[in-house]
Design a protein around this ligand. Structure first.
Ligand code: HEC
Length: 89
């Protein structure tokens, strides 16, 4: 179970993916299903996402660099941080 999850996370860590796609593959299944709080449209700074994704928070798992690269994490954080202003433009 843990191994399979890690493999799925690693597979999604491709350079050509956008922050939105990475979010869809790695974060969405918890964060749009009521397991974790909604993350989009919250005006949270990118460092909030990178810090919690790397360290975890209670029931939220920590993502290691082998599961979610620094570059991909930056993209997800930028996408989530900007999700409000993009929608309201
Ligand atoms: C296995 C389910 C799961 C996955 C996958 C997951 N999260 Fe979470 N996340 C949670 C839960 C549960 C919480 C609530 C933790 C708490 O407050 O006790 C949370 C909380 C958070 C918070 C804090 C939200 C707030 O309102 O303060 C952030 C930021 C966050 N997650 C980012 C991410 C990002 C970015 C990803 C993808 C890289 C991700 N999460 C993937 C379950 C998950």
């Amino acid at each position: 179970m843990l191994f399979m999850s890690s493999a799925a996370w690693s597979q999604s860590a491709n350079d050509w993916e956008s922050g939105e796609q990475i979010f869809g593959k790695i974060c969405q299944y918890c964060h749009t299903q009521g397991v974790g709080p909604v993350l989009t449209d919250r005006n949270l700074p990118p460092v909030y996402f990178t810090t919690i994704a790397r360290n975890g928070l209670n029931a939220m798992p920590a993502f290691r660099p082998t599961e979610l690269s620094a570059a991909d994490l930056e993209k997800v954080a930028a996408y989530l941080s900007q999700s409000a202003s993009e929608r309201n433009q």
